[in-house]
Design a protein around this ligand. Structure first.
Ligand code: PLP
Length: 220
């Protein structure tokens, strides 16, 4: 077994039933993605549209591509034909453009609303209050976008108690949207290499793991 396969196996052993592992392959060469693919991995995440467009044709067509980064609306048209799930829908402008591009492709594109849960102000995302106002109108305004749930990123800190509180807050909000607003949601995307075990404890259904699979990324 090569290292990537070993890392994947070690993480999969810790996953509860029904949790999806998205392998975050940003900055990594195609050979690394191919190794993960050969080890059975099918969900891959990238945070730049340029990189998605470059890599998508180089891997087999049964790969499910996830856009996990901040979305520039003028580039949505390039990924609209193939993207599986967009995690970082953080403003209504993204919904407007996504709906338009999905319609032109005769598709319904799946997405997650990103919620701001961290203490850092530079992280993106909706306020929960705005989401509660928005969700009753999603289907009528954006029929070509299917929202499947929520995504969030915890504060970058060693304080595991703080991280656990943020994940629990997001999980509680996720369940409130389902129970109070009747949303048919099944996806709660939270947890990365450093905090996915805390996220799983809080009820994450999708983790986005990069460096624990592919090794550290070189800063650039
Ligand atoms: C890079 C990235 C990840 C994965 O980070 P690791 O710490 O390498 O696991 C997860 N989510 C988002 C949004 C990212 O940009």
């Amino acid at each position: 077994m090569n290292l990537i396969e070993q890392n994947l196996t070690a993480i999969r052993e810790k996953l509860p039933e029904g949790v999806t592992l998205v392998a975050v392959s940003k900055t990594k060469p195609i050979e690394d993605l191919q190794e993960a693919y050969n080890a059975g991995q099918r969900d891959f995440g990238e945070n730049k549209i340029q990189e998605l467009i470059y890599k998508q044709p180089l891997l087999p067509s049964d790969v499910r591509w996830h856009m996990i980064g901040h979305v520039q609306t003028n580039k949505i048209k390039y990924i609209a034909p193939f993207i599986h799930l967009i995690h970082g829908i953080d403003r209504e402008k993204v919904l407007v453009e996504l709906n338009k591009r999905a319609e032109l492709e005769s598709r319904v594109i799946m997405g997650l609303l990103q919620i701001h849960i961290a203490q850092e102000s530079e992280k993106f995302g909706f306020d929960p209050k705005d989401v509660e106002n928005l969700i009753p109108h999603l289907n009528e305004r954006y029929p070509h976008v299917q929202i499947k749930g929520l995504m969030g990123m915890a504060t970058f800190t060693r304080d595991t108690h703080q991280i656990a509180i943020e994940f629990k807050g997001l999980a509680d909000f996720f369940h409130r949207c389902i129970e109070t607003h009747g949303m048919a949601w099944d996806t709660l995307s939270m947890g990365m290499s450093g905090d996915y075990e805390l996220a799983l404890k809080a009820g994450s259904t999708m983790i986005r793991v990069g460096s624990s699979i592919f090794g550290a990324r070189s800063p650039h």
